[in-house]
Structure formats: structure tokens, C-alpha cells
Design a protein around this ligand. Structure first.
Ligand SMILES: *Cc1c(COP(=O)(O)O)cnc(C)c1O
Length: 401
């Protein structure tokens, strides 16, 4: 169970049925969490937030005091984040950057690019020459490095060490390093190496990964006689939907990074987590519309569904939830009640995929009771197929602004 904070619970119970479903974000809890993460990281670790996890302007602004900048991965995110947190440093990453997006980034003052291919490097070099920004553009080529260890390779979102459209093949490293150091890209400055290789890793695996990325980067730099100022080891710190009270061990991770930095006194590390920063601050709240048995199982249909919270359908998990009982029943018709102990919570879509959580312990769950799904602050609303079946959109509530 992921218990909603008191503020979230009060808000969920105060909304009328017509105001549900609703996304309720606790920004006070988000700030406290981000401050705790920051406090556990050593000084030479810079923290960027990967905006794609949740780009709500209120979320971006709430994180502003605790992060060093934001990683954006499209022209849309770029313009949106620049507007939401004006003046904050942005790093432009992601595959398939278009020439127009790169020009927009340069014009908006973005001075840090994670370069995904040799072609993109050549394009950026020429566009930087044409736009002629003040100063040089910091470039970190992103590499698709082999990931060591079987647990890592098995990670569901592993994107490193196997064929993928992300980053550069290590075999291209020498070509790219030469291009960046032989004077062919005068507006670009090689500041380091970037690698984001997997999502869903615990602290020990993340540390092993960081260590192997740094070792590889240091050897590459030595081979080319250049100094690397930075290594970006990406995001992907785990959020465990099956054990939602278990959090990524930031204390162990910070301590491990401090040891790694002690071995590399000139290096700055950068991380760019998304989900592990914002997942816990968001709830998707709704009410039970109907309860019924079907072939020996109980189902509760809730207002809304996976068109608002697609996460359980895409990841194949049960979204953690808390049931909030509501005694009022304003209707003259009988209130349906679950007969069994376990109830599967589904949405209003006409597809068997619209399941939010299976076999939730919910004895005597009734229509009109409320449900708050937790861990809905990342990859939730913004990855969902909102218009399928044309149900109304949820409300959005930001508590603690
Ligand atoms: C998605 C992404 C992240 C953030 O990943 P999380 O799993 O949300 O921490 C960081 N960096 C890059 C390049 C990404 O694509």
C-alpha cells in the first residue's frame, strides 16, 4: 500500500464525483523528497531532472531549488521546460533531433547537448557555426556501452550493450573523439561522456554501472590525450511498484559515488533521474462506479482508467492503491457491494487491457467508495492515450504550491 499523505486524502475526499478522476500532486512531499536526495549526493555530483518522467510546470518549478538543471529530450520539452523554469540550465538529449529543434535549442540558450550519433554531431557542429552562439557548446557524446552483470542485462528497460537506436556504438568512439578534438568542430567543446543504459536499477547495480562507465570514459580520454571534466551516468534509479514502500537507497548510492569521485579528483559526475524523483508525489484518485461478480471473481469499475494512468498496462503491474470508504450514498437505487475479499479494479474503457490493479484486498468495497492509486507522479498521465473513448479528462490538483 502507498498511503496518500493527509493533504492528498483530504483533497480526494472533498472532491465531488463530477470532479473525479483527479491527479493530486503533493508538492510539499516532492520538495522534501528532492531535498533528501540532494542531501545524500556528494558535492561533485550534479543532479538533472529528466523532464519526460513528468513535465507538469508545477512539478518542474517545485524541483527547481534542488536540481542543477533539466534534461529535455525533444523540441517540445525544450520549449516547455524553458518556459516553466526560465533561466535554468537545460541539457538537450534524445535520439532523432531535427535541425529545427537544434536551432531552437541554440537560440533558447541551451549550451549542453548529449549527442546521439556521428551524423548528429556533424549537424550540430554546422548549425552551431551558423547560429554563432556566444561561447562554445558543451558536448557529451552518448555511448551505448556494454552493461556488465546478468541482473543488469535482464532489466526490463535495459537499452545498453545490445543493438538499440540510443547513443553511439563504442566502435565509433575514436572517430567521434577525433572530430571533437582535431579542430573540425570549433564551436563545440568535448566536456565528457554520457551513458544512460537502463532503468529500474537498485543502488548496487547503479554504482556498478557508474563505475564501469567512468572507467571506460577515462580510458577513452587517455587514449586521445584529452581531459574529461564530466561523466553523465544517466537516470534509471528504480521505482518498485510491487514493493512501493521500498525506495531507492540514495544514501548508499551517494556514498558509493563519493568513493568513485575520490579516485577521480578532477571529475564531476552528473545523474539525470526521472521516475525516482517524482513517482511518489502523485496520486490518481477516483471513485468506484460499479461492483460485480464475474465467473468467480469480483470486479470494480472505477471512473477513469488506463487512458489516464497507462502505467500498469504498459508495465504489466498492479498499481498500488489505497481504498477510502465513503458512507454517503445519495441514490435511491441499491448500492452494489463486493461479496469476496479480493477485487480487480478496472476502468471505463471497452478493452480487457483496462486493468489498474488485480486482486486488491477490498472486502465489502462499494460503489461510491474512493480509490487513490499511488506512484502516479511519473510516466502516468503524460504517457497515457487520453482521447481513446472520449471520456472527460481528469482534474489536476497541486497541493503545497
Ligand atoms: C528516460 C531517461 C532518463 C530518466 O530515466 P528514469 O528511469 O525516469 O530515471 C534519463 N536519461 C535519459 C537519456 C533518458 O532517456
Amino acid at each position: 500500500m502507498t498511503e496518500p499523505t493527509a493533504a492528498v486524502r483530504d483533497r480526494v475526499l472533498s472532491l465531488s464525483p463530477g470532479e473525479l478522476p483527479a491527479y493530486v500532486y503533493d508538492l510539499t512531499a516532492l520538495r522534501a523528497h528532492a531535498a533528501a536526495v540532494r542531501a545524500r549526493l556528494p558535492e561533485r555530483v550534479e543532479l538533472y531532472y529528466a523532464a519526460k518522467a513528468n513535465p507538469e510546470p508545477e512539478i518542474l518549478a517545485a524541483l527547481s531549488s534542488y536540481v542543477d538543471g533539466y534534461e529535455v529530450a525533444s523540441g517540445g520539452e525544450l520549449v516547455h521546460v524553458a518556459k516553466a523554469v526560465p533561466g535554468r540550465p537545460l541539457a538537450f538529449g534524445g535520439p532523432g533531433k531535427t535541425p529545427a529543434e537544434i536551432v531552437t535549442a541554440l537560440e533558447l540558450g541551451v549550451r549542453r547537448f548529449h549527442v546521439e550519433s556521428e551524423y548528429e554531431l556533424r549537424m550540430l557542429a554546422e548549425l552551431a557555426r551558423q547560429v554563432g552562439p556566444d561561447g562554445r557548446i558543451a558536448v557529451l557524446p552518448r555511448f551505448n556501452l556494454p552493461v556488465a552483470g546478468s541482473s543488469l542485462a535482464a532489466s526490463s528497460l535495459a537499452m545498453g550493450g545490445r543493438p538499440s537506436p540510443f547513443g553511439l556504438d563504442p566502435a565509433q568512439a575514436d572517430t567521434v573523439m577525433r572530430l571533437l578534438t582535431d579542430g573540425s568542430c570549433p564551436h563545440l567543446e568535448l566536456v565528457g561522456v554520457h551513458a544512460h543504459l537502463a532503468s529500474g536499477l537498485r543502488a548496487p547495480e547503479q554504482l556498478g554501472l557508474a563505475e564501469s562507465v567512468v572507467d571506460w570514459a577515462v580510458r577513452l580520454a587517455e587514449r586521445h590525450g584529452v581531459r574529461l571534466a564530466e561523466v553523465n551516468v544517466g537516470g534509471g534509479m528504480t521505482v518498485d511498484y510491487a514493493a512501493s514502500e521500498e525506495r531507492f537507497d540514495w544514501a548508499a548510492y551517494g556514498a558509493g559515488l563519493a568513493e568513485l569521485l575520490a579516485r577521480h579528483p578532477d571529475l564531476t559526475l552528473r545523474i539525470e533521474p526521472g521516475r525516482s524523483l517524482t513517482a511518489y508525489c502523485g496520486w490518481y484518485a477516483t471513485e468506484v462506479l460499479d461492483v460485480k461478480p464475474s465467473h468467480g471473481e469480483e470486479f470494480a469499475v472505477v471512473r477513469g482508467g488506463t487512458h489516464h494512468l497507462r502505467t500498469p498496462a504498459t508495465k504489466g503491474h498492479d498499481q498500488p492503491c489505497t481504498l477510502l470508504r465513503v458512507e454517503d450514498w445519495p441514490h435511491p437505487w441499491a448500492r452494489p457491494v463486493a461479496g469476496g475479499e479480493l477485487v480487480t479494479l478496472t476502468g471505463q474503457l471497452c478493452t480487457p487491457k483496462d486493468v489498474l490493479a488485480r486482486n486488491v484486498p477490498a472486502p465489502a468495497l462499494r460503489a461510491g467508495d474512493r480509490v487513490a492509486f499511488g506512484l502516479a507522479g511519473a510516466y502516468a498521465w503524460n504517457i497515457s492515450h487520453h482521447d481513446f473513448l472520449m471520456h472527460p479528462r481528469p482534474g489536476f490538483h497541486f497541493l503545497g504550491t
